[in-house]
Design a protein around this ligand. Sequence first.
Ligand code: ADP
Ligand code: MG
Length: 396
Amino acid sequence: MAKQTIRDFDASGLRVLVRVDFNVPQTKDGKVSDDRRIRAALPTLNYLLDHGAALILVSHLGRPTGDPTTDAYFTLDLVAARLQELIGRSVIKVNDTVGDEAKSACSSLVPGGIVVLENVRFNKGEKKGDPAFAAQLAGLADAYVNDAFGTCHRDEASMVAVPEKFPAGRRAIGFLVEKELQILDTLLKNPKSPMVAVMGGAKVSDKIGVIENLLPKIDHLLVGGAMTYTFLKAQGHGTGKSRVEADKLDVAKHLLDLAGQKLVLPVDHLVAESLDVGAKTMVVEGSDIPEGWLGLDIGPKTAVLYGNIIKAAGTVIWNGPMGKFEDEPYRQGTIKIAEAMASSPAVTVVGGGETAEAVEEFGFADKMSHVSTGGGAFLESLEGKSFNSLKVIPDR
Ligand code: ADP
Ligand code: MG
């Protein structure tokens, strides 16, 4: 069911609390290294401003622990500065979330004004979903908008208890959340066939729910990344020193049985003698990794095989890098999959923290139908889960 969006209420003259996900990576020397999530919120922010609203922006950043020295790194100062550059209007950053400075800045807001509150996770009440904290936060604004897709799987105060404080007619989702939900809905309910899922990344255990939920809907599941070796081990093959989840072999067997012919494993592997820079590497064909070696990427034949399946697909959904792409020698598999998706006529959707990062870094983001801003939220959606943060937003 479609959710109420910012098109459904008149924001004119209202102070709108927009929960955004500005949880962006930043460098130690004070730069936002990837501003994709900030840019992704701009359509919503501009729409509200153009319709006469003032904005109170709420986000978390990182995982503050309560230690003031280390937490200083997680201030939203840099994010607010970057937003100001991107949006081309003045942005007031305050140094607390619900204290006097925040109250005073929010109460003097006029239409067109923008306040960025301090990292919402600096407040213990956020993670706990504390109703008293939620009331303080909600008290700053007249309406609530959720445009934080990357946080929708969390039940934190600013995602659930805060919107509950507003009348139903003053709660909505923003354009980013709307777009992510529409794409996921099409993927899960009405995909163009053949439907191909490409799954890789670190662990099978992170992806069991996704694989189980997707299997009935897909024609091919192309496996890469470290999870390959847990599957190979479960089939009785040699895996050398590759990363294997020894306690998940039963699960891997179960998934292999369930998937049958749909599940495709690599036919060759790029292996190395160690994880050290400059370690000796080679390509091995077949399904056995030699003793003393570890698999760090899919091999070239696998890249061609997977590429051909991707190019013949109607829909491709990709989560999980094909190898240890952070290191230069082991990124070809991931690049080849991205290339194949970019040149495929299929609807192509990419999601997951590292996968989106890789696609962005290697320059393919604009060539995909959609790159999700959600890591955990994207995966949990693919598992078929529904979110409390969206239940509290009325249907249209
Ligand atoms: P996502 O965040 O996109 O869901 P994951 O978190 O599941 O992806 O996995 C990403 C990580 O998996 C990357 O850091 C990558 O280095 C690692 N990885 C992929 N293949 C291998 C491999 N063969 N050996 C070790 N690590 C791997
Ligand atoms: Mg990850």
